[in-house]
Design a protein around this ligand. Structure first.
Ligand SMILES: Nc1ncnc2c1ncn2[C@@H]1O[C@H](COP(=O)(O)OP(=O)(O)O)[C@@H](O)[C@H]1O
Ligand SMILES: [Mg+2]
Length: 308
C-alpha cells in the first residue's frame, strides 16, 4: 500500500498554563497572591513533536481526543497552523482537555496536571488501515498515556509487517518504575531518544557510560539528548555528536520533543546520523528562544541557514 503518512503519533492532548515571576507559591487560607506573568499554550510531548515535524514538511498525523472546550480548540488551531493532519483527533464531550499548570520560580518549577484527554486513546482509535499507510510511528509520553501502552507491542508488530520504522521517546516516568512493558518493546524500536537521566533510569545504571552500553546493545540507534551540550548518537560501534545552537534561552519546554522531530526529519530523508543529530539540535535549541513548546519551532527554511 502507498504510504501517505510520513509520521504517525498518539497525542497526549493537553495545554500548558505557565505562571511565572512574582510570587508563584500558593498559600491556603484563601490568600491571594499576585504573579508577574502567564501564558497559555498547547502542551503534550507528542503534540509538540507533531507540530515540529509538520513544520519541517513531514506529513504528520495525530491520533487523539480533545474536549469540546476552549483548550481543545486551542490545540486544534495550533496543530492545523503547523500543518498537522487532525482528521483522527476526535472532540469528546465526555472528557475535559488535559491541563498542566506550571508554577515557575527562577531555578525550579512545580506542575499540577489534570489528565483529561491526555490518557484516553484506546486500541480501537488506531485502525489497521491507518497503520498500513504509515512510514514511521513515533511514541512520545510512554508513561503518560496508560490506555494505549499495553497495545504498543501489537501495534508495532503490525507496523513492522507493513515496513514502517518506529521511534520511542519515553519522556519521564512519573512513577519512576521505568517498567510498564518497556523491556518487551525496546528490541522492536529503531530509534530510541532519551535525555541523560532517562538513559540511566531505563538501563538501571548509575553511570551514563554503562547505561549507553546496555541500551545500544538493544536498539540500532540510541540518541542521548544533553541539553545545552547538544546530543550524541550511538549506532553499533559508531558515535556521532552534535552541538546545541547558541541562543538566548527563554524556556526549554518541549525542546526534547522538537529535537526528536528534527532528528526524524533527517532520518526519513535518509541523511547521515550526524546530520540527523544536527537538525535535531537546531530544532531543540531554536525552540528555547520562545516561551512554551510551539512558538520557537523553526520551519524548514530556517534549518538550512543553521546547517550551512
Ligand atoms: N539551554 C539550552 N541551550 C541550547 N540548546 C538547548 C538547551 N536546552 C536544550 N537544548 C536543545 O534541545 C535539545 C533537547 O533538549 P534536552 O533538554 O536535552 O531534551 P529533553 O527535553 O528530552 O530532556 C538539546 O539536544 C539541545 O539541542
Ligand atoms: Mg524529553
Amino acid at each position: 500500500m502507498k504510504k501517505s503518512i510520513d509520521v504517525l503519533t498518539v497525542g497526549d492532548c493537553c495545554v500548558d498554563l505557565v505562571l511565572s515571576s512574582g510570587d508563584v507559591v500558593p498559600e491556603f487560607a484563601q490568600k491571594e497572591k499576585i504573579v508577574g506573568d502567564y501564558f497559555l499554550e498547547m502542551g503534550g510531548s507528542s503534540l509538540i513533536f507533531a507540530a515540529q515535524a509538520a513544520k519541517l514538511g513531514l506529513k504528520t498525523t495525530v491520533i487523539g481526543k480533545v474536549g469540546d472546550d476552549a483548550f481543545g480548540n486551542l490545540i486544534l488551531k495550533r496543530l492545523v497552523d503547523a500543518g498537522v493532519i487532525v482528521d483522527y483527533i476526535k472532540k469528546d464531550t465526555s472528557v475535559k482537555t488535559g491541563l498542566t499548570v506550571h508554577l515557575v520560580k527562577a531555578n525550579d518549577r512545580a506542575m499540577l496536571t489534570c489528565t483529561g484527554t491526555i490518557d484516553v486513546v484506546g486500541r480501537r482509535d488506531i485502525p489497521d488501515t491507518l497503520v498500513e499507510k504509515t512510514r514511521h510511528f513515533h511514541i512520545g509520553s510512554y508513561y503518560l498515556i496508560n490506555t494505549i501502552r499495553p497495545h504498543y507491542k501489537d501495534i508495532i508488530t503490525k507496523l513492522k509487517a507493513s515496513g514502517a520504522t518506529v521511534s520511542l521517546d519515553t519522556n519521564w516516568d512519573p512513577k519512576e518504575t521505568w517498567d510498564g512493558g518497556l523491556a518487551d518493546i525496546l528490541p522492536m524500536i529503531d530509534i530510541l531518544l532519551l535525555n541523560e537521566n532517562e538513559t540511566m533510569a531505563i538501563a538501571r545504571k548509575k553511570s551514563l557510560d554503562d547505561a549507553i552500553k546496555t541500551l545500544k546493545a538493544i536498539v540500532p540507534v540510541l540518541v542521548v539528548k544533553r541539553g545545552k551540550d547538544g546530543a550524541t548518537v550511538h549506532a553499533g560501534a559508531s558515535t556521532y555528536s552534535a552541538s546545541a545552537v547558541n541562543v538566548t534561552v527563554v524556556d526549554s519546554i518541549g525542546a526534547g520533543d522538537c529535537f526528536d522531530a528534527g532528528f526524524l526529519y533527517g532520518y526519513l530523508n535518509e541523511k547521515q546520523l550526524d546530520i540527523c543529530a544536527k537538525i535535531g539540535c537546531i530544532c531543540g535549541s531554536l525552540k528555547t528562544r520562545e516561551a512554551g513548546g510551539v512558538k520557537g519551532q523553526p520551519r524548514l527554511n530556517e534549518i538550512s541557514r543553521y546547517l550551512k
